[in-house]
Design a protein around this ligand. Structure first.
Ligand code: BGC
Length: 795
């Protein structure tokens, strides 16, 4: 597809119409809306004209500079490009070299891997924009990008939400959208207009170090919540010029989180059917929702580094999905084509491969000269076409215009009075509270009584770092304690909840840091066990320390030996043990799970997670989170939630190896409540449908317990037979979270179409076949027929 201004205008208008709840039918267009569309059209045409004018004035060097992105330390005062002196100051000479001599168009990240106050960000970014907009020939503003992934990560004092995995557990679209709106506000309060979020990776591998950054292992859940997050970041009509919104960045396109080894940036093999069936839908939904930018997977799929893959970056992303926005590399990834992946014999070859494959902007990070000089030479040598450069620069300038950076290159913290306000804090608390997932509650051990004496123990009991996770005030989360002193750890929150006099604390096991890595050591384990004898219940806080990317690689998914030992010894005291899991991925607990009376998964719930947990443990909040992944039982049984019937061999005759069966510790969607819900009257309007007919489903849910509670209702379908490839056992097609008072009933309605029942066939086409299907909501199951000839749809 040739990209023209007209196609971009059409896409912008489509974006404008696509906002709001994607699942709702579009309302009739009013005169007012038509006027808005006309205005948007005119504005876009004017912007297109400005872009073309600017492009026509640009030299090749200026264009290439726009395609380069460097990290802040490169222009920070310091001994080298990898770190800066503190307090942070910019090096005027280095800044001018980068922006004026090399015409660089984008900067990312913080310096020294450390959060900054909004005022400091304003000072730094104002200085950068001053040079870009006064001292360069064409006065093009810099676009500044940062990973503000669960709140404004790199802003001191910002409101921290649960990591995406916890947000997925809430199953609450409004909370996800609100969290993104607040993050956008606080990011702009830091003068930053571009956020490298959300992560839309399909994440069925519990070993992978970044599962916590995702919405988990279901493509539909990820699509739905991804769209909410983008709407929250970009605002209504994707108006990112609004000073309270930011450009979102979908990442990491495509197939990042499933390497065979379970380790970051190692080889991955994904057949085309799986790529389209499981990995693509969330990106497609996000593109349709108008996300302005996309970041590329740093890994290798089927032997080909994604940064050099024309089929993925151009044919699929641009031609098929129609993405019109900016395509940025991940950190240093063009260089890696040469140094790591060995597909490019020289750095220059690497640049050629990546730009020709469809990269618009290189997140170079440090050494920008080889990229800028190399790309200029490649164009002069005819190895990269001038049109490819113009296309890339046009896409970059469009985002800069859309963000209104030419008019308003910085945003001043004084215009953001709601930064870190009570209102924002409450939203973060609410999201944390709804994310908490009650996995086990033997004999209703929970909620605990407030008059009880408890022992709080475990390496995660008194840590703000583990509550927040990586990407909090620092990359690996290693600087959290420095910035989050005023918030409550689990221990502090429990003390507040029931009075310090009722709480004994002994760590039992602790984490010891060694750079980005950590070790565990027994820390008064015997004292912890002795203390348990004098209390009514034990709150045992286990999990892992925080990490991401390569530092988060693990060789053993079992929770550590020391934590296992502590759990077993405490269980032997005979006192009720409540296991609190605080972890970025589900570490296997089957060596002691049966000895635990209650189990609560809190993921990485952010700065208010301790308070939310205390409220759940002592009954002020009724838990309502649902697992966004399968919690594995054994390291050699990491069968994902979406799997084929043959993975459930217990049901097949003549198979004796039951240990190898599909038997997760807890399944996707599991999550208990302090009340009980009954599902009844699952109804379909008909027993058989044509391909064109809507399939209307209703179900009644009743709160049959004594407490008010929220329930996330999941609708699954099963294609009983599929002729082209083996069907999945079941697939999530809809979910809705409701609140019910004791005794209250609600009837929920869902509408499915034949498209919802499709699968990707061996040719990579989306296909719906006639035949028998099953619908499952709670314990209710109904079958129906789909009639007619098969349909082949667009992906
Ligand atoms: C990560 C990305 C991140 C980028 C910029 C990379 O190492 O993979 O997710 O956006 O760094 O910080």
């Amino acid at each position: 597809m040739k990209l023209t201004n007209a196609t971009f205008t059409a896409a912008l208008l489509a974006y404008a119409m696509l906002t709001g709840c994607q699942s709702q039918k579009p309302a009739p267009v009013t005169t007012e809306e038509t006027a808005t569309a006309v205005q948007a059209n005119r504005a876009t045409t004017e912007t297109d004209k400005k872009i073309e004018d600017l492009l026509s004035q640009m030299t090749l060097e200026e264009k290439v500079g726009q395609m380069a992105q460097i990290t802040l330390d490169v222009v920070g005062k310091g001994d080298n490009r990898f770190s800066s002196y503190e307090p942070l100051k910019l090096d005027d000479k280095e800044l001018r070299k980068a922006l004026v001599d090399y015409k660089i168009g984008s900067i990312l990240n913080t310096a020294n891997n450390r959060a900054r106050t909004p005022e400091k960000w304003y000072e730094i970014i104002s200085q950068i924009q001053n040079v870009a907009m006064k001292d360069t020939r064409l006065k093009i503003p810099v676009i500044y990008g940062v990973d503000m992934i669960h709140g404004a990560t790199y802003t001191a004092g910002a409101t921290m939400f649960p990591q995406q995995i916890g947000q997925a557990a809430t199953r609450n679209r409004e909370l996800v959208r609100r969290g993104a709106e607040i993050t956008a506000y606080e990011t702009r309060a830091s003068s930053i207009p571009w956020n490298f979020s959300p992560v839309l990776d399909f994440a069925p591998d519990p070993q992978f170090s970044r599962q916590f950054e995702t919405f988990g292992e279901d493509p539909y859940l990820t699509s739905e919540l991804g769209v909410q997050m983008i709407n929250g970041y970009e605002g209504d009509n994707n108006d990112i010029g609004h000073p309270e919104h930011v450009a979102s960045c979908m990442k990491h396109f495509l197939g990042y989180q499933v390497p065979s080894s379970g380790k970051d940036r190692t080889p991955t093999y994904i057949p085309e059917t799986a790529l389209r069936e499981y990995h693509l839908p969330a990106f497609k939904a996000a593109i349709d929702a108008g996300s302005h930018t996309i970041m590329i997977n740093s890994g290798i799929i089927n032997g080909v580094p994604v940064h050099a893959n024309y089929d993925i970056l151009t044919k699929l992303l641009r031609d098929e999905l129609g993405f019109e926005g900016l395509v940025v590399t991940d950190w240093g990834d063009i260089e890696y084509l040469h140094t790591r992946d060995k597909v490019a014999p020289t750095m220059k070859d690497a640049i050629m491969m990546a730009i020709n494959a469809g990269i618009d902007m290189s997140m170079i990070a440090y050494n920008y000269e080889p990229f800028c000089n190399g790309l200029v030479e490649l164009v002069k040598e005819g190895k990269v076409k001038q049109e490819r450069i113009d296309d890339a620069v046009r896409r970059i300038l469009r985002v800069k215009y859309a963000l209104n950076l030419f008019e308003k290159p910085t945003t001043n913290p004084k215009d953001y009075p709601k930064f870190a306000s009570k209102e924002f804090e409450e939203a973060a608390y609410q999201t944390a509270a709804e994310s908490i997932t009650l996995l086990k509650n033997e004999k209703n051990v929970l909620p605990l009584k407030k008059g009880m004496k408890v022992l709080v123990t475990g390496p995660n009991a008194n840590s703000m770092r583990t509550l927040n996770g990586a990407w909090t005030y620092s990359w690996q989360g290693e600087k959290v304690e420095e910035f989050a002193g005023k918030y409550n750890t689990i221990l502090e929150a429990v003390q507040k909840e029931i009075g310090a006099g009722n709480v004994t604390y002994v760590s039992g096991v602790s984490y010891k840091m060694d750079g980005f890595y950590y070790e565990e050591f027994a820390d008064k384990m015997n004292n912890a066990v002795a203390a348990a004898k004098n209390v009514d219940a034990i709150i045992l806080c286990l999990g892992e320390n925080t990490s991401t990317e390569t530092p988060g690689n693990i060789n053993d998914i079992y929770i550590s030996d020391l934590q296992t030992e502590l759990a077993k010894k405490l269980a032997q005291t005979g006192k009720p043990v409540i296991l609190v899991l605080n972890e970025g991925r589900p570490r296997v607990i089957s060596r002691f799970e049966r000895d635990m009376d209650g189990i609560v998964q809190i993921y990485q719930p952010g700065n208010y997670g301790g308070d939310a947990l205390a409220d759940v443990l002592f009954g002020d909040v009724n838990p309502s989170g649902k697992l966004p992944y399968n919690y594995p039982r054994y390291p050699n049984a990491l069968v994902p939630f979406i799997h084929k019937p043959s993975a459930e061999q217990r049901k097949a005759e003549g198979v004796y190896n039951y240990e190898a069966d599909y038997n997760p510790q807890y399944e996707f969607g599991h999550g208990l409540s302090y009340t009980t819900f009954k599902y009844a009257n699952l109804n379909l309007t008909k027993e058989s449908y044509s391909m064109e007919e809507p399939i209307e489903v209703t179900v009644q849910v009743t709160n049959t317990g004594k407490r008010e509670g929220k329930e996330a209702v999941h609708l699954y379908t099963t294609d009983l037979y599929a002729s082209d490839i083996t069907p999945d056992v079941k697939r999530l097609r809809r979910f809705e979270k409701i609140n019910l008072k004791p005794g209250e009933s609600k009837t929920l309605s869902f509408t499915l179409t034949a498209d919802d029942l499709s699968y990707i066939n061996r040719k990579g086409e989306k296909m719906t076949e006639a035949g028998e299907f099953e619908i499952r909501i709670g314990d209710q199951v109904k079958k129906f027929m789909l009639n007619g000839s098969k349909t082949i749809g667009k992906n």
